[in-house]
Write a protein that binds this ligand. Structure first.
Ligand SMILES: Cc1ncc(COP(=O)(O)O)c(C=O)c1O
Length: 385
């Protein structure tokens, strides 16, 4: 089957067209599925959305799946459905994509940033517990880069302090913690399907939960606050247009149908990188803890302290190889500093790693020769930078 890999714009210029930073894995069947929907004339709120939701619920092994327009809208609806609002504090990592925090801010609640573990880059349970106050209502747990967080400890702390748990598993479809798929572990979870993710719907996301009440409210809020059986222009609550299109849902059905293959292809590329990078000495490949299944969102390396990431990235760009610094910590974004008074020095592990982590070009169809080229360029650039 022919596979198309279309380069995904990923913030910033892509100097090299031959090795993209990331790319979706699109087949003729994927394309046909979308075309069939367009021809059908049923473009929204139709059978494809329902079928996609059923397949996601079955895959994650949860009772409810509500497909929405993005991972960000999924997170927003979860926060809102839990009744989180002004005066509430929500614990969240700063080493994450901006949406994990914006979803809290949309509802007027206060994000409280927690530091991360140096090997998995996920929430540090010890720091988490220290940051709990009388106002803490919830934790946003991010399974960052597809590696599950330390769920046993986090759930123990949440239970002890009666906190709600929101799983931002936008980067972790298919990942498992001690044999349990992420998405089952919190009160509700969000997955995202932008074109650089493990599978894609173009734009799109999904809320998964076993809680019927959360599911009912989220379903209504994504569709302008309409009730299940109500008339088209009757609205029961404040809602949004966070619907997914039938075209996206059809692509999602096609992609989730070969999710095992998509994840295996990414795993193979990650393994090729890890094999070639294990001996370089000046940068660490990502850790994968025993007892977890990591599904690969990006492939990152952490440079040793003292090396200049910027110089290395510039040199790589000159070799025609795009790289990204991951992440730019949320607590140091200018609007967050202004709003919350956050500043450099608050989260030492996050700040150190954010200065040193580089994402390399990564998607499931990278060839051995391309991986080789990236690794050779890394060694050359390290010598010259
Ligand atoms: C951790 C995390 N949360 C949330 C999102 C938001 O997803 P979307 O871009 O679909 O809104 C992303 C997307 O990259 C993400 O990586």
């Amino acid at each position: 089957m022919r596979t198309f890999t279309q380069e995904v714009p990923n913030d910033g210029d892509l100097r090299d067209k031959s090795i993209p930073m990331s790319a979706p894995d699109i087949t003729e069947d994927d394309i046909q599925a979308v075309v069939d929907v367009v021809r059908s004339g049923r473009l929204s709120l139709g059978p494809k959305t329902e079928e996609f939701e059923g397949l996601i619920a079955e895959y994650i092994e949860v009772k409810h799946a509500i497909a929405v327009s993005s991972g960000t809208s999924a997170l927003h609806l979860i926060v809102k459905s839990l009744g989180i609002g002004p005066g509430d504090e929500v614990l969240v990592p700063s080493f994450t994509f901006i949406s994990s925090v914006n979803a809290i801010l949309y509802e007027g609640a206060t994000p409280v940033f927690v530091d991360i573990e140096p090997d998995t880059y996920n929430l540090d349970p010890q720091d988490l517990e220290q940051k709990i106050t009388g106002r803490t209502r919830a934790i946003v747990v991010v399974d960052v880069f597809g590696h599950p967080a330390e769920w046993d400890e986090i759930l123990r702390i949440a239970k002890k302090h009666k906190l709600k748990v929101i799983d931002d598993s936008c980067e972790a479809l298919g990942a498992e913690y001690k044999g349990i798929k992420v998405g089952q572990l919190g009160d509700a979870a969000a997955f995202a399907f932008y074109a650089n993710k493990q599978m894609t719907t173009g734009e799109g996301g999904v809320i998964v939960t076993d809680n019927s009440e959360i599911a009912r409210i989220c379903r209504s809020m994504r569709n302008q606050g309409r009730g299940e059986m109500g008339a088209w222009l009757e609205h029961e609550r404040l809602g949004y247009n966070y619907r997914i299109t039938e075209m996206s849902a059809a692509l999602g059905i096609s992609q989730i149908g070969r999710i095992d293959e998509l994840l295996a292809k990414r795993e193979r590329v990650a393994q090729m990188y890890t094999d070639r990078l294990s001996t370089i000495g000046w940068a660490k490949p990502p850790a994968v803890r025993p007892g977890v299944r990591k599904t690969w969102f990006v492939y990152t390396i952490a440079l040793d302290e003292g090396l200049s990431r910027d110089r290395l990235m510039e040199a790589m760009a000159k070799e025609g190889i795009p790289t990204r610094g991951y992440f730019s910590p949320v607590h140091l974004q200018s609007y967050i500093c202004k709003h919350l008074g956050t500043h450099e020095g608050l989260l030492p592990v996050t700040e150190s790693l954010a200065r040193r982590i580089i994402a390399l070009p990564f998607h499931g169809n990278l060839s051995e020769a391309e991986v080789e080229r990236v690794v050779e360029a890394l060694s050359k650039c390290r010598k010259n930078s």
